[in-house]
Ligand binder design. Structure first.
Ligand SMILES: [Mn+2]
Length: 279
């Protein structure tokens, strides 16, 4: 049986001590990383093993990415506009520049290693910024308020639809030209980053999904796919791509025994690490 792919799952939210509820028998409130459990659950259900990534220094990011097979970027706070050369808009939400720096470095390191990436909500926006794209800091300024992109309903409820591009991975994964999605964002992609193409749009023209139009799986969706069971195929696509990226066909002929296969895979992985040591 082949190894289950390891997926680096970043943590984009920090909870300040003043935002943490003190429990009578608990530890005193302190700075915490926060991540909805829906993300690791979706990765595990799709066949991967989530590796939850805290704030790391650059050398640790490189060392981590040498050992994982794919990346998932979750939702979270607004991206600091200085990351794409803009001044803050009055409606900009709270930002976490330290988290931005770690995640932007992680995307660039993943790109150097050609790892598959799935970005969700902020994750898609961050992927776009890492590739040199820009964001609408407050979407109503660009498209008005006819369509509610910040729904009050629970994440398992869909509130608007998107039209998908023909021949896109997105349409292939989820089927059909029209998808029902949830929506929890007040920012959106303004200009696309390099090697990204839009593959879904809301009725008001908002870009709701991006991908890289080549063999490598780079997928971003503006909605919270981790909360929609019908969108599990997006996580399955990530795991499949991660498994394929790690497999080295020449090193794993079918007739090898399990032990020899593991040993060969170890050798090829070490070679891959050496080759990528510069990155
Ligand atoms: Mn939306």
């Amino acid at each position: 049986m082949s190894a289950r792919p390891l997926i680096a799952l970043t943590t984009s939210e920090l909870r300040r001590p003043e935002d943490v509820v003190a429990r009578p028998q608990g530890e005193p409130p302190k700075l915490e990383v926060a991540l909805a459990t829906l993300y690791p659950e979706a990765i595990e259900r799709a066949g991967g093993i989530p590796v939850i990534v805290p704030l790391l220094r650059a050398d640790a990011i490189a060392a981590l990415l040498d050992r994982v097979d794919g990346v998932c970027l979750p939702g979270g706070p607004d991206v600091q506009p200085s990351a794409y050369g803009e001044e803050p808009h009055p409606e900009l939400g709270p930002t976490e520049p330290r988290v931005d720096a770690v995640e932007l470095a992680l995307v660039k390191a993943a790109d150097r290693r050609k790892l598959p990436i799935l970005g969700i909500c902020r994750g898609m926006q961050l992927l776009n910024v890492a590739r040199g794209g820009t964001l609408h800091q407050h979407l109503p300024d660009a498209v008005g308020n006819d369509l509610q992109h910040r729904q009050p309903e629970h994440g398992c409820i869909t509130t608007h639809h998107v039209e998908t591009a023909p021949h896109s991975r997105l349409r292939a994964a989820l089927g059909g030209p029209r998808l029902e999605v949830n929506s929890f964002h007040h920012q959106a992609i303004k200009t696309l980053g390099h090697d990204l193409t839009a593959t879904a749009w809301a009725g008001d023209g908002t870009i709701e999904a991006v991908e890289q139009p080549d063999e490598r799986l780079i997928l971003g969706v503006q909605w919270h796919a981790e909360g929609l069971r019908a969108h599990a195929p997006l996580f399955e696509a990530l795991i499949e791509a991660a498994a394929a990226a790690t497999a080295t066909p020449a090193a794993t002929p079918r007739r090898l025994t399990g032990a020899r296969r593991a040993s060969r895979a170890g050798v090829s992985r070490d070679a891959r690490r050496l080759a990528q040591a510069a990155g």
